[in-house]
Design a protein around this ligand. Structure first.
Ligand SMILES: [Fe+2]
Ligand SMILES: [Fe+2]
Length: 250
């Protein structure tokens, strides 16, 4: 009986997904869909929180008063993103208190384990990683799970503000002979790690995400949309953007 119920649920759910409708209540989700959704949402929640913590020292480390406020605002945004994600997870009956207090910081993307050591590292992280988040969250904003998709619209906008912060500084540091080498070093340091956050091309897991429309594109397509953007910018700044084809298969 239970098997049939799950099959009927799957068919009703897939019919909605394929018609481009949003799934709204947790009861509509099959176990397989729920597991796939949780994998992405928990990774995002933990990454948002880790992002906030990584930026905290840069309120004190920022070079000007205006920059201290800018960094405090970015920290506030990331904490809000994490809170919004954990609220969504609460609605899916995940023990979020366990995630943040007991299981803490186990689910974030690997790049968030690496500390930000200098101001050049900080602005390059904004430039590369917040942009990577912007591209990934664009897919999430079109997700078949309604509550997540609506939450992502505002978060995506804020990620692009963080990217603009990074862009202003990277451009400025690249234009100054005294800081150009330093900003290039920051690019060479972060590039391989951020390139990996998109994941491998053409995986079975990704095909499941796409089947359920909780991701809209293959990892490689998201990576390329990110890369084409940064490559054009680094070329215009007279910086050397590492080639993507050497490391994309890592
Ligand atoms: Fe964020
Ligand atoms: Fe951000």
């Amino acid at each position: 009986m239970l098997v049939m119920d799950e099959k009927a649920k799957h068919e009703a759910m897939m019919a909605k997904i394929e018609a481009g409708e949003k799934l709204e209540s947790p009861e509509e989700l099959t176990d397989e869909y729920r597991q796939a959704l949780l994998l992405l949402m928990i990774a995002q929640a933990d990454s948002e929180l880790a992002g906030a913590y990584g930026y905290v020292p840069w309120i004190e480390g920022a070079p000007t008063n205006a920059e201290k406020l800018a960094m405090a605002n970015i920290v506030k945004d990331e904490i809000r993103h994490a809170k919004a994600m954990y609220d969504l997870l609460d609605r899916l009956e995940v023990d979020t208190n366990h995630l943040i207090n007991v299981d803490k910081m186990k689910n974030r993307m690997k790049v968030f384990y690496e500390p930000i050591k200098t101001w050049a590292d900080l602005v390059m992280f904004n430039f590369l990683m917040d942009r990577a988040a912007g591209h990934q969250l664009h897919d999430a904003a079109e997700s078949s799970y309604g509550p997540w998709s609506r939450t992502m619209v505002q978060i995506e906008k804020e990620e692009w503000m963080h990217v603009k912060h990074g862009e202003t500084w990277v451009k400025r540091m690249a234009a100054n002979a005294e800081t150009k080498a330093e900003i290039q070093t920051a690019l060479d340091f972060w590039f391989p790690m951020v390139n990996k956050v998109f994941g491998k091309a053409n995986t079975d897991t990704n095909k499941t995400f796409q089947k359920f429309k909780i991701k809209q594109r293959d990892n490689q397509d998201v990576r390329l949309s990110w890369y084409n953007e940064i490559k054009a910018l680094f070329d215009s700044y007279g910086m050397v953007c590492p080639p993507i084809d050497l490391i994309a298969k890592n």
